[in-house]
Design a protein around this ligand. Structure first.
Ligand code: NI
Length: 396
């Protein structure tokens, strides 16, 4: 693994014991979306120890702090997400989760530790930091359409002083540890959710001719929705429609009166998003009707497309290239169908979302898997990258 050489990286490496401590503490006590109370306490304590004055909220578990609020230079916001997942940990790490069925399986423990590390570096850098640096510890990234970024923006996290640039990062097992992935333009998809309730008559499974069968109608709907993706849309415009939940029935010989389906839609273009919603609503109803059943479709808009500002990303590539060497930067060629509510900040402020390398030799452990365990090198690179980005973007 190539060692990073820039001044921020050297300082971040010296900070590794502290970052390790934060990470292990977050990791041992994972909390689900909007329940990050202990996590918030730990963040607040660490920020106060740096001499900062964190803002907390009565009805929201996010934490906001600003380094050098009165400095004249441009305002850079750095964001880390805070929530864990309902996953039973199987890493075998000495600091594994102490909470049954809860795990930091998406690396948000690492994101928070990197941001606390960057905050430490920036506080110590004193007047070298020319403008305010806003620290955003955001809850509930995993919460779907109710994610934490929207409420944070509504609470003014990009105001007073008005934020000029926003930078965030996410650990990425597909990028080798020590490297940083970047991409201009669209990086992650818009994510919507749908819920479909299919209604039949219900009755004895031995007499299916006596009324419409919600189970068969639901099956036709599941298959029929895939024809929206494969036959009603341009194949070079990526779309995903996935059904993740199917619920219905109580016994093998009873046809249930109702079957409920829930799933996700991923798109990149606003017109595609609209078209899929429209097609889904009409096709699903038509398929159900063709079988004598009926269907009610609810469609919920979630996170928008995450679009990295091309000029800000170009500047960041220059800044990070100087810090880490160009060989440590990897341009990501294709967007992914995953989603991130960092996109909500980018709707208001130009910025860029980076992929923080977390790949290690051996069989890959995916995000959200019970064995996902980013290496410590990610802490060093992540903290140095955020600090370098903040100071670099403040240079005029
Ligand atoms: Ni995540």
């Amino acid at each position: 693994m190539a060692r990073s050489q820039g001044p921020w990286s050297v300082a971040a490496r010296k900070l590794l014991p502290a970052m390790r401590g934060w990470r292990e503490s977050f990791h041992e006590e994972p909390e689900l979306a909007n329940q990050e109370h202990k996590t918030r306490e730990k963040v607040v304590r660490a920020l106060r120890e740096l001499g900062l004055t964190p803002t907390v909220y009565p009805d929201f578990t996010g934490v906001l702090a600003t380094i050098g609020p009165d400095r004249p230079g441009p305002v850079v916001a750095l964001r880390a997400d805070m929530d864990a997942l309902p996953v039973e940990e199987k890493t075998g790490l000495p600091f594994r989760s102490k909470v049954p069925g809860r795990m930091h399986a998406c690396g948000h423990d690492v994101h928070m530790s990197c941001l606390l590390g960057a905050a430490t570096l920036l506080v110590r850098a004193g007047p070298r930091v020319k403008g305010p640096v806003r620290l955003l510890f955001q809850p509930a990234e995993e919460q779907g359409e109710a994610g934490g970024a929207g409420p944070f923006v509504e609470r003014g996290c990009l105001e007073s002083p008005k934020v000029d640039f926003v930078v965030g990062q996410h650990v990425a097992p597909e990028v080798p540890a020590g490297q940083i992935g970047w991409k201009k333009g669209p990086l992650m998809a818009a994510a919507d959710r749908f819920r479909i309730v299919v209604r039949g008559s219900g009755g004895h499974a031995a007499y299916p001719h006596r009324g419409p069968d919600a189970v068969v109608a639901a099956a036709e709907i599941i298959v029929g929705m895939q024809a929206i993706v494969s036959r009603a849309r341009d194949p070079v415009d990526p779309v995903v429609v996935s059904v993740g939940m199917v619920h219905g029935g109580t016994r093998h010989n009873i046809l249930p009166p109702e079957v409920e389906l829930e799933g996700t839609v991923r798109t990149f273009r606003p017109e595609t998003r609209d078209a899929i919603e429209r097609l889904l609503r009409t096709r699903v109803r038509h398929i159900a009707q063709s079988l004598g059943a009926s269907a009610r479709v609810e469609y919920f808009r979630g996170y928008p497309v995450l679009v990295n500002s091309p000029p800000v990303t170009e500047r960041l590539v220059g800044i990070l290239g100087e810090e880490f060497g160009d060989a440590q930067l990897e341009e990501l060629t294709a967007p992914v169908m995953g989603a991130e509510d960092f996109s909500r900040y980018l709707e208001h402020v130009p910025g860029s979302f980076l992929k923080l390398g977390a790949g290690v030799p051996g069989p890959p452990a995916n995000l959200h898997s019970p064995t996902f365990a980013p290496p410590e090198e990610s802490l060093v690179v992540g903290a140095a990258a955020l600090a370098a980005a903040a100071v670099g973007l403040q240079e005029r």
